[in-house]
Write a protein that binds this ligand. Sequence first.
Ligand code: SF4
Ligand code: SF4
Length: 388
Amino acid sequence: MTKGKTSYKFNIGIYSLFIKRKDCYEGKEKIIRNVEKAVQKYRFAVQVLFALLCIWIGVEFTVFVKSLEAGNPEMVSSRPAGVEGFLPISALMSVYYFFATGEIHPAHPAGFFIFLAIVGVSLVVGKSFCSWLCPIGFLSETIGDFGEKIWHKLFKKRIKLPRFIDYPLRSLKYLLLGFFVYAIFFSMTINALKAFLDGPYNLVADIKMYYFFANISRFSLTVIAVLFVLSIFIRNFWCRYLCPYGALLGLISFLSPLKIKREAKSCIDCGLCAKACPSFIKVDKVDTVRSDECSMCLSCVDACPVADTLYVQTKVTDKKISKKIVVLAVITTYIAITGIGILTGHWKNNISGKEYIILHEQIDNLGHPTSTADIEKLNKETETGVNK
Ligand code: SF4
Ligand code: SF4
């Protein structure tokens, strides 16, 4: 047979493709089909389990708050420490506090370890927390899948914002991240940080969050509804444009040793990988996926019909990594880091039921700094010992 481009007909699941082959295999025109099992069903299972865990934490936390409302210190229910995973700003402050003092702040130790686990997962497997574990990411993906079905029926294609809108919008999440990093790392003194972490607002930040959603204002509800609707039109609207956590993990993902590689020699330019990518990355046009938007969902790798053409590789050894190893790495890294928190006794805080009831009684009067002037005031007060 002659070398060069030839058309072949492939039956790949529901796809029947005419594809062009660029190369030959030992002088024969032969394409080796990718038979490695897809991991999307595992990803879905992990997402569902993690979402169920979050729902369970939500239910347990509601019972805890109701017991505080009852006001009997003897009858305060157990507080699920996992709720601190929903306090990322307090966790970021605890991380800064840890680096500055070498101590784990005792107010929300689980939040500190959950934050480290999320960062750890991103260091090992890129931005995988977003596509494998995050309940908001899961919800966003589900809404996006629903929206895509509608748009595919109507227009036979996916909707993507043009670059001149997409790029500036994507920078919003970095601006939000920059704001939090500036407010915590550059505008607060260590004394002020400690005063905030020790302060009553931080101690009940989770209960404040509960009441925010339990008594949600019309404005907040409208914002959530708008984000929901936008996510139907524009896939992953919140995650792609607004989530500062995602922005942080996207930056950390550049340090991950795992990357998705495309073998141009055996690639048949079918474009299935780019079509499968929820982040609209042109996987079929690059040799290595280097994008802050890649969430290591592995949809592209699963979609590739040719063996050893699209795969996960380590930057360190240049070796191909099986998809199952990637799945295990995501799960074990998260469990290992949170496990260290649990096993070393840094999980549940030691605030008693009685203390929680007293704090709960004051909850409407507790606030946090809302401007640079407030932070400067806190810096000065803690400098002179007023707030120590
Ligand atoms: S490039 Fe692949 S792994 Fe990354 S987000 Fe797109 S589909 Fe997922
Ligand atoms: S890398 Fe992408 S374009 Fe190339 S064969 Fe695989 S799915 Fe098709």
